[in-house]
Design a protein around this ligand. Structure first.
Ligand code: HEC
Length: 303
């Protein structure tokens, strides 16, 4: 009898606090693309999350949201968007969030089922940092291909930079401008492309493609205080045919010459001349500067 009462009371509690207004999935996709999305929480299982999730979502299973409430993503003045596969687990998570005193919560309309059915962009948690365990066979192969393709690209850029700098920074600007795309082209094949991008661009031609934006947003405040160890990298299934790989780039002392704070006057003028919309100065050593990226066609015959 007492138990029935408790179950009844709990169901009412769940029903009450589980009620939250929804957020339209297309609206959320647009906000993600423009880099202005609210914080997002995925409360499904680890394996569901690592297969595919809403780009930028943080993962905490529904039964842990209360005990792990200090890991909840937050953003001043924004509700927390919560989703699972179909809805029930998000409803349960809402109770934990309510107990944890989390602020406003909104559910993703139609949850992951509708998001995928509408072909909205998804990210996969494969290859985060050195956590290679979550990668499937094909994906770990793509990651290897991407990393192998970046090697000559990085070496080529470094060589061009050093050669240019030996003739003075203004000459090096031209070397970078002309050489960077040439080196990227020399590494590319019909089914593989490489490049660099950033949240603060120098060259507008390096603007991020949509799948890169959540990654840049996620890493933009990261810092690197050590030169050893693996760089953060992310892998994304862009769609059925394409796979994306991105690796963080951090500022080194050498980069200050052209991306730091106190650029010599002639160099600053030359940069203004060539890149009137330059946003890539004012960085300090260890700061996140952008990404190396690779886009792979995973299905032969499609480009
Ligand atoms: C001689 C000046 C110079 C130095 C030194 C330099 N850069 Fe650049 N950087 C440029 C120029 C010019 C571009 C734009 C050309 C291009 O498209 O690559 C650029 C572009 C970039 C981009 C591509 C994104 C964007 O904003 O267009 C990244 C990332 C980047 N630099 C990182 C670095 C890092 C990291 C270092 C140090 C290892 C460095 N740079 C050193 C001049 C420099």
């Amino acid at each position: 009898m007492r138990r029935a009462w408790l179950v009844g009371a709990l169901s009412i509690l769940v029903a009450t606090v589980a009620c939250a207004p929804n957020i339209d999935r297309f609206e959320l996709a647009r906000e993600i693309e423009s880099g202005s999305s609210p914080p997002i929480l995925d409360v499904r299982s680890e394996s569901e999350f690592s297969t595919s999730h809403v780009p930028g979502a943080v993962h905490i299973p529904f039964y842990s949201v209360w005990s792990r409430s200090d890991e909840l993503p937050t953003k001043e003045g924004e509700p927390l968007v919560v989703y699972c596969e179909h809805g029930p687990r998000a409803g349960l998570a809402r109770v934990g969030l309510w107990l944890a005193g989390a602020g406003e919560v909104r559910f993703l309309e139609g949850h992951m089922t509708a998001w995928k059915a509408d072909g909205l962009p998804v990210a996969a948690a494969v290859g985060e940092g050195s956590d290679a365990g979550a990668e499937s066979g094909a994906e770990s192969e793509w990651v290897e291909t991407a990393q192998a393709a970046l090697k000559p690209f990085k070496q080529g850029l470094k060589g061009a930079l050093e050669k240019g700098l030996s003739k003075g920074p203004e000459a090096a600007i031209d070397a970078c401008r002309l050489e960077a795309p040439r080196i990227a082209d020399s590494v590319a094949t019909e089914s593989l492309h490489v490049g660099r991008s950033s949240h603060r661009l120098r060259n507008p031609e390096n603007a991020p493609r949509p799948w890169m934006r959540p990654i840049l947003e996620e890493l933009r405040d990261s810092v690197r205080d050590s030169v050893v160890g693996e760089l953060p990298h992310r892998s994304v299934r862009i769609d059925d045919e394409r796979f994306g790989y991105a690796e963080a780039i951090y500022m080194q002392p050498l980069c200050l010459t052209c991306h730091g704070t106190d650029l010599p006057q002639p160099l600053r003028e030359r940069i203004r001349e060539v890149y009137p919309q330059d946003q890539a100065t004012g960085f300090s050593v260890g700061e996140f500067r952008g990404i190396f990226w690779v886009e792979l066609v995973t299905r032969p015959g499609v480009s």
